[in-house]
Every structure is written in structure tokens, then in C-alpha cells.
Design a protein around this ligand. Sequence first.
Ligand code: MV4
Length: 450
Amino acid sequence: MFSKILIANRGEIALRILRAAKELGIRTVAVYSESDRTSLHTLLADEKFCIGPARAMDSYRNIANILTVAELTKADAIHPGYGFLAENARFAEICENAGVTFIGPPPSIIRLMGDKNRARQEMIRAKLPVIPGSDKILEEIGEAKAAAQKIGFPVIIKAAAGGGGKGMRICRTPQHLEEQFPIARNEAKAAFGDPSVYLEKYLSGAHHIEIQVVVDKKGTIIVFGERDCSVQRKYQKLIEESPSPFVDERLRKRMMGAVESAVKAIGYQNVGTFEFLVDENKKYYFMEANTRIQVEHPVTESVYGINLVKAQIRAAAGEKVTFPFELQMRGHAIECRINAEDPTTFIPSPGRIDFLVLPGGEGIRVDSAAYGGWVIPPDYDSLIAKIIAYAPNRLLAIKKMQTALEMTTIVGVKTNIPLHLTILANSDFQGGTYSTQLMEKLLPPNGTPK
Ligand code: MV4
């Protein structure tokens, strides 16, 4: 096992990783930017180093500075968390070359899955169903129109270097595609330094279902039951739950089996998430794989009673990942992402938290690095807390979440708690019959919540 790990992240996930390391008896090194001097992860780590100015490019994405700290502190490993350098294959490679273990999959796997079009082709080879698509990068509009004609409208343009929804555009007609195609390429070039885009058939009213895996270096493959992430706004997940109210035992087993085949086919290692769309007929299609620990991992931890970050660290250290009980999904977990933002305009609301009361009690977990008096810097994402409710069944979990949100008091910054309460009270959400269309129904363009 490692003696010391460097946490190359900030906020709630840095604290989450710090706790896991401490439980495993591993010393921790925090790195922080100039705007994070008073952040909790730096205050609680064994050692801490400022790695640069607020701008992520100069600090949390600054490979040279992070590796300098790793060498200085003789850290055995680096945990990248999510975002920042978590899916940077070059960073993983540089870590390994410097003799520091990158806590994640090998660079080749990160690179493969980072190219969303290549990942699709690889999954076709592994015999997974994928969404009908162009199956190649489209360079010019003629090619794109021909591909769309074959696929059938509506289609969705996706950036090969993207993922997580960035640079995606839905096109309902050839005219629409003609207009959006150059914009999408420019956007992809600006956002990812790569204009490559491809097409997929756009499946409306589907369910966004993802499957978590943990693979150790001894050949153990652990596939977990699903998370439902259909509640998204502008491709930002808002609420996740496990199990999915839409997935039955038969579908779960089929999807878990498909992911196990995929893991074997590509030699996947460490933690990962395979994202699928599932249509009304319960047909599932691979979309993309994420080679990191995800924001929503706690819902899986809750229903399985395990610690995925500890499992991830053990896997990276070469240990066999085992649990002292039989793995089975029990009860129901829901996570709400609390963002410091205006609940109707979605404009970020950084600033000082004047007063903070977070919920607690049986079945409530809060993953947050926020505290009263903390000044939320404007430089990073607006996630300030994840509230996870766990109960014996879905209705009890919803009720527990509603109670927790009502008892949460955040003074000084605006939050999306009112939006969460609107979603939780919605009859499609409560009935478990919602799909990826829920937020469009709930928030008509430029309108106020229904
Ligand atoms: C799609 C899709 C429908 N068809 N791809 C969103 C995040 C990213 N990881 C993939 N996403 C989607 N990809 C095809 N071919 C639907 C989504 C999607 C979604 C779309 C609109 C509104 C809400 C959504 C919630 C989850 C997934």
C-alpha cells in the first residue's frame, strides 16, 4: 500500500479522497491555488503546497508544478479526482515515467476512451450495442449530410474529444445540420483543441443509465448495478439515483454482463463508468466511458455499503479488492447536487457563505468542503455540496431528501435547492416514469419552473 498520496484536486472530492486515504493509513499531500488558501482540504491534509494562481490552467491543471510537489514530498501516488487532470492521458504517462502511481486506468485506456468515436468503434468490436452513428469523423458538411440521411433525423453532433455533453448539438432537419455543423466544429476546436465531430441518432425520451466497475491488477472485475442520471440540465447532472426506477432485474443483469465483456475486451483497469442510453423498449446503447471516479459515485456506495475511493486506491496499489460481505444492492439512494447558483437563471453565485447548516441524521450523507465563513471562489465549478439520502425504498428516500433539503440553510449565496424541491415534487419524478426529457418539461425555454 502507498505511504503518501498527493491529491491533485480541490473542493468536496479532495476532501472525499483525503478521508479515504486517512482511513487506509496513508498520509496526504494537498495542493491548492491562491484562491483556495482557506479551503478545507488544505486545512486537513498532512502537508500542503500552493501550486499557482486561481486559474486552473496555472494550478490544478499545472502538470509541472504538481509533479514538483509530488517529488518534493516523495508521494507514492497521485489521485486526480474528477475534472482537471483526471482524464489527461499525458499526465498519467508523465506520472508513471516519474515513478509516481497515477490512481486511475493506464494512459492507453484513458486515451482510447477520451476519443469518443474510437471508444464507440472499440465497443462495437466488443459486441456492445452502440447508438447508430456515422462511425467516423466528419470533416465537411457533404459527408455529414450523407451520414445523417443514412442514420435518419433527428441526429446529434458530438465532439470526439468532448464528452459529458460539451459541444453537443441536436439537429432535426438537413438545414439545421448544415447550420450547426460548422458551429459545432469551431466549438469543439475552441473547447478541446480538436474540431473532430461525429454523428449519432438522437434518442429522445430515453434514460441515461450508467454502470460502475472496479478492476484490480489481480484480475478481479467487480461490476455494480446502475445509477440513473436522466435528470440533467444543459448536460449537467442534477440528481442521480440507484437503483433506477426504470431498470428491472433482467435489464440490470444484461447491462452488467455487457460491461463485464467490455472490460475484458479492452483490458480495462481501476474504476470506470460505462454510460448508456436505454430506450422505451428497454434496449440499451453504449454512449461513452469515463475513466475516473465520478461525482455521483456515492449513490452506488450507499446501496452497496462500500467505499469506492478506498477500493480505487487499493486497486491502484496492486492489492486484491475484496469486501468482507457479499455485494448486493440494498435499499435506495438519491443524490442532489447543490450548486451555488441562481435557481432560475442558473448564473453562478460565488461569495461568502455567511451561515451554513447542513442536514444529517440516519440515512443522510453530505459530501462537501463548504463551511460557514468560507468564501466560494468564482474560479471553479459551482458544486458546493452533494446530499445523498438512503432509505429502504425509493419513496422513503425521496421523502428523506425533501426533509434534508428543507432543513438545509445556506445564507449568503444563492443555491439550486428550490429547483431540487421542484423536481422532487414532480409527479413524473415521484412516479419514477421520468426520462431525459424531464427537465425540458419542467423548465420550458426562458420560462419559470412549472
Ligand atoms: C445523447 C442523448 C440522446 N441521443 N445521445 C447527455 C450527456 C452526455 N454524456 C450524453 N447525453 C445524451 N446523449 C444521443 N445519441 C441524450 C443525452 C442526454 C440528455 C439529452 C438532453 C436532455 C437531457 C439529457 C439527459 C441525459 C442524457
